[in-house]
Design a protein around this ligand. Structure first.
Ligand SMILES: [Zn+2]
Length: 81
């Protein structure tokens, strides 16, 4: 896989309140959903570890077995795998 390394320092969740007035209520609602998605515990599809988390935009990686996949920017379709 081409995307390993480099984006490891991206902060997870946290202090990103206030998206600015240019975003409407719909986006803000979706933003809340996105944040809950990011906090949700996921299982690695490869080894089953719960240390599987978002590594950067569209990148999900397992801290246990190093399994890495590209998903959507804010969610990953594990249900389909
Ligand atoms: Zn794993």
């Amino acid at each position: 896989m081409a995307f390993q390394s480099s984006s490891a320092g991206v902060p997870e969740g946290g202090n990103r309140r206030g998206l600015g007035a240019k975003y409407g209520a719909t986006v803000r609602k979706r933003y809340g959903r996105v944040m809950s998605v990011l906090k949700r515990t996921r299982r690695c599809p490869s080894c089953g570890s719960t240390r599987f988390r978002r590594k950067g935009a569209g990148i999900w990686a397992c801290a246990t077995c190093k399994y890495t996949i590209a998903g959507e920017a804010y969610d990953v379709q594990l249900e389909k795998m």
